[in-house]
Design a protein around this ligand. Structure first.
Ligand SMILES: Cc1cc2nc3c(=O)[nH]c(=O)nc-3n(C[C@H](O)[C@H](O)[C@H](O)COP(=O)(O)OP(=O)(O)OC[C@H]3O[C@@H](n4cnc5c(N)ncnc54)[C@H](O)[C@@H]3O)c2cc1C
Length: 439
């Protein structure tokens, strides 16, 4: 089975999210100002922001709302850039796009929580802050620099010393870290369903079980076709992320896929919850092959790992490995019983920032988020709404690029990086006289 076909029904979120609004398959001919393909954060946030402006919108989702990454991710909402520092983004994109993207991305968690509050979305959403912890002392100067970059953007970030990071994470393995108060976490499927409900309440028409098979020109408009119906619209937004299939030639080749396994423990008792992440923060460590954890509403610890051969592919092996990893990090946890285990895929591309592709006059695609999609997908919905409302390309937050194939090396380099990261994680720890992470 391909990872993108793994069932969402196995996920903790599917078992616990607030129900989805009633939706049906599209049948017959529909017309709209804008047709959106994909019922994840990108498509749903675009629909919400367009419907809010009174635009007539139809959204088509192949399966159920949040079927892709948006319903099965780990639920961290972190308003930073994952791979690059702020000055690197400035160099990569140049102004005005760099300043615009930096502003949008670093404010994106506030956008997410503003939407959750405005539409009263039932999704376990808490903006309790993000802790990034250093697994080796030598990483602290770099973290201090990163913390400073976000401070210079007006964020109330701060450094954490060894005692405070131990208190906030519950782990004795870290040497310090930094804190970003705007980070948070949520039930990702609950958030997707809430976005759909909000968009529908504003007049958007949302259809599920409606896979788009082709987009064809119809006079000056576009006809978006499914097995049983079609939508004719002036503009089309493609928000199909890593779950894109062949409905537009070349779109699937614009990124590579990287699998992620996500798992959730038994609910931890109150005493343990007072020790481990007692402030209900999200915790991500400094390892290239990072350890990452947060609670759900029942007090289960949710963590994840990139799929790499047996890791992720072999569930029994992965459960044992991830239990050992978690217990090394959190020795207070007496036993780990993984009650939930599920898989998803990321859409990776070399720049690791969103790409806005101009597929044809009146058709754009936004994908390649390479992780960080909770804030980024929601934020890109605002950019796509501006595009659909007629903003000039030069006024958008990102350049509108011609569709490009991802370089061939993207098929294996992200996986090779994981092995290199693990070697480097150990090297950095040893160099600082720290106990190297054994995994
Ligand atoms: C396991 C995992 C863990 C992650 N953890 C995090 C995290 O903790 N924090 C974070 O910020 N990000 C995380 N991410 C990334 C994040 O989930 C994604 O970047 C984000 O959800 C992408 O949103 P999207 O709307 O662009 O695409 P998706 O959510 O993937 O939605 C695309 C939708 O398009 C639909 N579709 C595809 N083809 C068609 C078609 N032909 N017709 C109609 N519909 C179609 C799919 O069914 C799907 O529902 C994670 C991702 C995964 C997979």
């Amino acid at each position: 089975m391909r990872i993108q076909d793994a069932p969402i029904e196995a996920s903790l979120w599917h078992a616990t999210a607030a129900p989805a609004p009633d939706t049906f398959e599209v049948e017959g001919r529909e017309t709209a100002d804008v047709c959106i393909i994909g019922g994840g954060y990108t498509g749903l946030s675009s629909a919400l922001h367009l419907a809010e402006q009174g635009v007539d919108v139809v959204l088509l989702e192949a399966k159920q709302i949040g079927n892709g990454g948006s319903g099965r991710n780990a639920g961290h909402c972190t308003p930073t850039f994952h791979f690059y520092e702020i000055p690197t983004i400035r160099k990569m994109l140049g102004d005005p796009y760099a300043s615009r993207l930096i502003q949008r991305q670093t404010d994106a968690a506030n956008l997410v929580f503003d939407i959750i509050h405005r539409f009263d979305i039932d999704c376990e959403g808490v903006q309790t802050g993000y802790v990034q912890s250093a697994h080796a002392p030598g990483l602290l100067p770099k973290m201090e620099q990163r913390c400073g970059y976000y401070q210079s953007l007006g964020k109330a970030t701060r450094m954490l010393d060894r005692e405070e990071v131990a208190r906030l994470t519950g782990s004795p393995r870290y040497y310090g870290g930094w804190f970003h108060p705007e980070g948070g976490h949520l039930n990702p499927l609950g958030y997707s369903r809430g976005l759909a409900r909000a968009a529908i309440s504003l007049g958007a028409r949302v259809f599920t079980q409606s896979a788009v098979t082709a987009i064809k020109a119809e006079g000056t408009r576009w006809r978006v076709e499914t097995a049983k119906g079609s939508v004719t619209a002036d503009k089309v937004i493609c928000g199909t992320g890593a779950y894109t299939n062949g409905f537009w030639p070349g779109l699937e080749g614009s990124f590579s896929r990287l699998g992620v396994a996500v798992m959730a423990t038994q609910p931890l008792g109150d005493n343990l919850r007072k020790i481990i992440a007692p402030n209900n923060n999200t915790v991500v460590d400094s390892r290239g092959d990072a350890m990452i954890y947060k609670y759900n509403k029942e007090g289960r610890l949710v963590t994840s790992a990139f799929v790499e051969g047996r890791r992720g592919g072999d569930m029994a092996y992965t459960k044992v490995l991830m239990a050992k990893k978690l217990q090394w990090l959190l020795p207070d946890v007496p036993e780990v019983d993984w009650h939930y285990y599920w898989l998803g895929v990321l859409d990776m591309q070399p720049k690791t920032i969103p790409r806005l592709f101009n597929l044809a006059p009146g058709i754009v695609a936004s994908l390649g988020y390479s992780g960080r999609g909770v804030p980024t997908g929601t934020m890109m919905g605002t950019v796509l709404a501006e595009w659909a409302l007629g903003a000039k390309p030069e006024d958008l937050a990102l350049p509108l690029e011609p569709l490009r194939a991802a370089p061939f090396y993207m098929n294996f380099v992200p996986r090779l990086f994981l092995a290199w990261y693990r070697f480097n994680d150990q090297r950095l720890a040893r160099a600082g006289g720290a106990a190297p992470p054994p995994f």
